[in-house]
Design a protein around this ligand. Structure first.
Ligand code: HEC
Length: 178
């Protein structure tokens, strides 16, 4: 019986009826899969403008923007367009090493969420959203938990048209190692 229900659950979860909704853009249009998007060509100049407002609050390109997530000045040399679309469509799929989300609680009840920006034998430096760094004493830490979710929010594409998305990736793909 238990086996049967496990099987039924498996079939249901695997079926399109229960599959996570395909992502839709700002205009409620379904967004094509990353591999399909990667075949499109966008307008890099328009992409730069959209990037500055929506992405620059967490990423730097060539010195502009806020230093929180990975620096994207050479992303065009490190990632394919398809990888980059995936980063936006499903930020939790691949987490950049070193940018994992950590929650730290102190004895004083203060909590910090962000990424580890530095660590010594006695101290840890946490970088929070906005790029602000705080150094705390390890002796004051009550708990330190890795979070399974990316610090990059899911659903950013809801603020963009599919064209905007393609433009942003065109702009990023042009950012090569200098
Ligand atoms: C709230 C902060 C935040 C915002 C806003 C944000 N990102 Fe990110 N992004 C991150 C963090 C943190 C990571 C690293 C963790 C991960 O891989 O998910 C990341 C990872 C990435 C990566 C993979 C980087 C690499 O080195 O491989 C790409 C590409 C990316 N973001 C693009 C974007 C684009 C494009 C936008 C705007 C549409 C955006 N991000 C908005 C925080 C953010």
């Amino acid at each position: 019986m238990r086996l049967l229900s496990a099987f039924v659950a498996f079939v249901l979860i695997g079926s399109p009826l229960f599959a996570a909704d395909a992502p839709v853009d700002r205009d409620n249009k379904p967004i094509p899969a990353a591999a399909e998007l990667a075949k499109l060509t966008g307008d890099a100049a328009k992409g730069q403008a959209s990037f500055a407002t929506l992405c620059g609050i967490c990423h730097q390109v060539n010195g502009a923007g806020i230093d929180f997530g990975p620096n994207l000045s050479d992303i065009g040399s490190r990632k394919t367009k398809e990888n980059m679309f995936e980063s936006i469509l499903d930020p939790n799929k691949v987490l950049e090493p070193g940018f994992e989300s950590v929650l730290i609680k102190l004895e004083s009840d203060e909590t910090y969420m962000g990424m580890i920006a530095g660590e010594t034998d006695s101290e840890v430096t946490i970088k929070a959203m906005g790029g602000v760094k705080t150094t705390v004493k390890k002796a004051d830490i009550v708990s330190r938990t890795k979070q399974p979710m990316s610090l990059m929010p899911v659903g950013l594409y809801r603020a963009l048209s599919t064209d905007d998305l393609v433009n942003i990736i065109e702009y990023l793909a042009a950012q090569k190692k200098k």
